[in-house]
Design a protein around this ligand. Structure first.
Ligand code: HDE
Length: 685
């Protein structure tokens, strides 16, 4: 029947409602509703005697605590999420009948969870890894989940290999090391022996794997899906999320230090942005392909290790997601949310990508163990906004009180309710693709080119990005103990670029192969380079380093110019408190040189002043500056801080504004912060 009742903690069923007692509102009670009089001392036989079993409040409290943990996700365990809305710019009616993609301006609530893949739930966040990017759209036609990553391809082509990939990248089973890292033997052994991973590994060794912020990375649906319109016509579609702030990354040394200084770096950044009202914006784009063009490319569009180059198939921007509300409770929402690529709405359908097909099984299956049974769809965060009815019953943790006698279809006793719906009435009808073939355990020949797009990626990188890839390989493969595995990796990636592997081989102490031919692809795709994305000063974090007696005439216009450009400023000093400038202006200290670190900022302004322990203050400031310089960040210094800059390693050059005054260099400062990094710094000359 359609009038099933829900219990969601507060709203008990109707009869009980009449007996509701209101004086319990602020009272601590047991789970049975009994008011508790004592929550500090368990019941004992005498003040020094043994605890008594009959203390039911103690037992209930402890039992609940003992059962507080649920299994973490087998992958993507470390994640963080926020609420928001999706607004459509342009009707997609021509391509899909999905209700939420029809009316320009229409808004759909969303819940988006970002994650790392390999690490445990408590692991550090600025690790080298793929980031999950999962969006639940609560549409009027039911929940639609776009469960993607921040990289557009994947390591493997067939879902049957997923357990192998994950076993290889997770900490090694004999000693459970290393945590949240791919820099170890089993991962690279997997790579070398499963060469379909080549393209994805190039992405993973690139700056994309160490995002500056979850707000500054792209998202991709990865697989080819289908849009179906109301005429029943299909288009192949790939989904993209484009961050309004552009795509930016950390540098590896900085990332490793951040993991110690602030293991919550990415979630803190997301949380604080939303709390500050700097809402997080991503535009949704689609690449569309007519069915007749399925075989028009030199790659197979069903192969998840391939992109559709944006220059060949443009990304059409169709709407915007704004994340504008933090969760109230991380466990209830972020942890209990259950995504599933199989949660679709009419107008969106699957392709035969063998990775996607396997995912359609895995996601429900994993929730059964993680969320303890088949009723996880009843958890508040997972419920659709439209009513849902069917004949499923019972099971662990069932909350719906299904009324009536009938729980089967078809029936006459309940007038055959709940009814199925026709396609015209919004019933989901699977796309009637014609499929022919023998049952066979094999892969299509069209999936066998593993290196062309890996090379396309390499060709598309700027010289700084290429150097970062070489450095990343050198770090990761350098952590592999088995020299034979190191050699296999080098031999494999010679297929991508010989110069690249020659440098890596030298760094990791093995030979660059002479008998491997690198891929002959000469094309590049400018859309793949982060250098070509938006560069903005907004929400960049600036540390202003100063002490008492600071030059307030320099500080005030600086603060105004930076805040006007949307930056966020921390005053960093020796100790907390209020500091007074030369002319009597005061500022409050936000962080001290003890509580914060250079790696947690995007840019610095060094003002100086008179500290209590001047020598220590100056040494700490110089360290701060040297780190920022080494990480290619913009640094400005007030005229009064010249002696501090002279003690540092900083040399004049791009992104360095010595003797800075806003009246002279204000515009340059804002541009430098927007630029983010100055790769042309010659650190060791
Ligand atoms: Fe997942 N993946 N995956 N995955 N995945 C899970 O489901 C799986 C793949 C992705 O924030 C699990 O609820 C298989 C590609 C995200 O809750 C599990 C295969 C992409 C998240 C699972 C893949 C993803 C998951 C673990 C190969 C990008 C986190 C917990 C066929 C398009 C969602 C869970 C969240 C989570 C299986 C490959 C994205 C075990 C079998 C490709 C963002 O079901």
């Amino acid at each position: 029947m359609t009038n099933d009742r829900k219990i969601d903690g507060d709203s008990k069923n109707k009869q009980l409602e009449t007996f509701r007692v209101n004086d319990h509102e602020h009272a601590m009670t047991t789970n049975q509703g009994l008011k508790v009089s004592e929550d500090e001392h368990s019941l004992k036989a005498g003040t020094r005697g043994p605890t008594l079993m009959e203390d039911f409040h103690f037992r209930e409290k402890m039992t609940h605590f003992d059962h507080e943990r649920i299994p973490e996700r087998v992958v993507h365990a470390r994640g963080y999420a926020a609420h928001g809305e999706f607004e459509l710019y342009e009707s997609m009616k021509k391509y899909t009948k999905a209700g939420f993609l029809q009316e320009p301006g229409s808004k759909t609530p969303v819940f988006t969870r970002f994650s790392t893949v390999a690490g445990s739930k408590g692991s550090a966040e600025a690790v080298r890894d793929v980031r999950g990017f999962a969006v639940k759209f609560y549409t009027e036609e039911g929940n639609y989940d776009l469960v993607g990553n921040n990289m557009p391809v994947f390591f493997i082509q067939d879902a049957i290999k997923f357990p192998d990939l994950v076993h290889a990248v997770k900490p090694e089973p004999h000693n459970e090391m290393p945590q949240a890292a791919s820099a170890h033997d089993t991962f690279w052994d997997f790579v070398a022996n499963n060469q379909e991973s080549a393209h994805m590994v190039m992405w993973q060794m690139s700056d994309r794997a160490i995002p500056r912020s979850l707000r500054m990375m792209e998202g991709f649906g990865v697989h080819t899906y289908r849009f179906i319109n109301d005429q029943g016509e299909a288009h192949f579609v790939k989904f993209h999320w484009k961050p309004k702030l552009g795509v930016h990354s950390l540098v590896w040394d900085e990332a490793q230090k951040i993991n110690g200084k602030d293991p919550d770096f990415h979630r803190r950044d997301l949380w604080e942005s939303i709390e500050n009202g700097d809402f997080v914006e991503f535009e949704l784009g689609v690449q569309l392909l007519e069915e007749k063009d399925e075989f028009a490319f030199d790659f197979d569009i069903l192969d998840p290790t391939k992109i559709w180059p944006e220059e060949d198939i443009p990304v059409k921007i169709i709407g915007k997601m704004t994340l504008n509300r933090n969760v109230d409770n991380v466990f209830a929402e972020t942890e209990q949310v259950a995504f599933h690529p199989g949660s679709v709405v009419p107008g969106i359908d699957f392709s035969n990508d063998p990775l996607l097909q396997g995912r359609l099984f895995s996601y429900t299956d994993t929730q059964l163990i993680r969320l303890g049974g088949p009723n996880f769809h009843e958890l508040p965060i997972n419920r659709p906004v439209c009513p849902f009815h069917n004949n499923q019953r019972d099971g662990y943790g069932r909350q719906t009180i299904n009324v009536g006698q009938v729980s089967y279809h078809k029936n006459s006793l309940a007038n055959n309710k709940p009814n199925t719906s026709t396609e015209e009435d919004g019933g989901f009808v699977h796309y009637q693709e014609k499929v022919e073939g023998r049952k066979i355990q094999a892969r299509s020949d069209s999936f066998k080119d593993h290196f062309s797009q890996a090379r396309l990626f390499w060709n598309s990188m700027s010289s700084a990005e290429k150097q970062h890839i070489i450095n990343a390989f050198s770090f990761e493969v350098g952590k592999v103990k088995d020299m034979n595995v190191r050699q296999q990796v080098i031999t494999m990636f010679a297929n991508v670029d010989l110069e690249m592997v020659t440098e890596i081989a030298q760094n990791v102490g093995v030979k660059a192969p002479s008998d491997v031919e690198q891929s002959s692809v000469t094309k590049s795709s400018p859309a793949l380079s982060q250098e070509n994305k938006a560069k903005l000063p907004n929400t960049r974090k600036i540390a202003v380093l100063l002490a008492d007696d600071f030059d307030d005439a320099a500080l005030e216009p600086f603060l105004k110019a930076s805040l006007d450009a949307g930056m966020s400023i921390d005053i960093v000093s020796e100790t907390f408190g209020t500091l007074t400038g030369k002319n009597g202006a005061t500022v409050d200290v936000d962080e001290t040189l003890l509580t914060i670190h250079s790696v947690l900022y995007d840019a610095l302004y060094v003002v100086g002043g008179q500290a209590k322990q001047q020598k220590k203050f100056e040494m700490d400031v110089v360290d701060f500056v040297n780190e920022a310089y080494m990480h290619f960040k913009p640094i400005a210094s007030a005229p009064a801080a010249k002696h501090l800059m002279d003690q540092s390693n900083v040399k004049a050059g791009s992104g360095i504004l010595m003797d800075f005054t806003v009246s002279r260099d204000g515009k340059q400062w804002v541009e430098a912060v927007a630029e983010h990094r100055f790769w042309d710094r010659k650190l060791y000359e």
